[in-house]
Design a protein around this ligand. Structure first.
Ligand code: GLN
Length: 319
């Protein structure tokens, strides 16, 4: 925890001051990253440099403020869950999607199997592995990986996103927990797609190579109610964006979502590749990259930077 929390008192408006605060946030992120460890349960992720840190903030008028490693590519990991959910809502609708997955925070680790077996047949939410795999089961009936990749590129305004083959292979070869989840869903009779195809597409979506800038773009489209602010193109209905951001707020950082919601209070989604996307409604998209993670699998540097910005720039949705 970075601040002893009081009601935020700051609301910096001056552009130079905002720049100064964002630079400070970046510096805090670099410092905090020293406390974390890179993920190693997917062997390929263990190769990341724990000292890397980058912060990119983009606004509706196209202005961008970037510090550090914002061009470096890394695997999107669980942030793809936002894209998958968006695709499910767009192509299948709210009713169909949420008759297969719930809308509740799980309070468990992102890869937990516990409650899926003992408490509920339907996964708790689309932001944890079980829920995202379930959503992927639905999606594989109506689109394939290439369609999802195309959708991800549009959402992140980044045509250079490609599959990171070595991360994909590493995930596929070691993803036994996810394999357990997909077969548990199948055994309960709730999985809509073929288990192997579902899991393969899930792994591929986790292995897309993005950077902090593409994440900032994703945050920006969500901040702009699903419309690309530069082309005017509507990618997804505003009502669905509201659903996605609500789930990001309540579930986006797994079993750290509650604390993060209080200390940062911006709809966000993390991934074990080190990324965090945050969306400040009608204002900014923020992308951070810091592969040093805390015990919950969230980027230590990213959280520190976002906490600093949120506190000083009054970005908490309730502030
Ligand atoms: N691909 C990772 C997994 O399935 C994603 C997890 C994450 O980013 N939290 O375990």
């Amino acid at each position: 925890m970075y601040f002893t929390y009081e009601q935020p008192r700051f609301d910096v408006k001056d552009e130079n001051e905002i720049r100064r605060v964002i630079k400070e946030a970046y510096e805090n992120g670099c410092e905090a990253a020293k406390q974390g460890k890179v993920a190693n349960y997917i062997p390929e992720l263990a190769k990341a440099n724990p000292n890397d840190f980058g912060l990119c903030v983009r606004s509706m008028d196209g202005k961008e403020l970037s510090f550090g490693q914002v061009d470096k590519r890394f695997s999107v990991q669980s942030i793809s869950k936002v894209v998958n959910l968006a695709a499910a809502l767009k192509f299948l609708g709210f009713r169909e999607t949420f008759s297969h997955v719930q809308l509740e925070p799980s309070g468990d680790a992102f890869n937990s199997i516990l409650k899926l077996d003992t408490v509920s047949d339907l996964p708790f939410n689309p932001m944890i592995n079980a829920g995202a795999i379930q959503v992927m089961g639905l999606l594989t009936n109506v689109m394939d990986f290439e369609d999802l990749l195309d959708f991800a590129r549009k959402f992140m305004m980044d045509d250079d996103i490609v599959l990171n083959e070595s991360v994909y292979r590493s995930e596929r070869d070691t993803g036994d927990r996810n394999r357990a989840i997909v077969y548990l869903l199948k055994s309960k009779g709730v999985l809509s797609g073929d288990p192997d195809k579902t899991l393969d597409t899930y792994f591929k979506m986790c292995s897309l190579n993005v950077n902090a800038k593409s994440l900032a773009n994703l945050g920006l489209v969500l901040a702009n109610k699903g419309q690309n602010p530069f082309t005017g193109k509507h990618l997804i209905h505003p009502g669905y964006v509201c659903t996605i951001k609500s789930l990001m707020f309540t579930c986006g950082l797994y079993d750290e979502s509650g604390e993060y919601g209080v200390l940062v209070g911006i709809p966000s989604k993390s991934g074990v590749g080190g990324g965090i996307v945050a969306s400040v409604s009608e204002r900014w998209g923020i992308g951070t990259y810091g592969p040093a993670l805390n015990k919950k699998g969230n980027s230590v540097g990213g959280i520190a930077a976002l906490e600093h910005m949120s506190h000083l720039l009054r970005l908490n949705v309730f502030a």
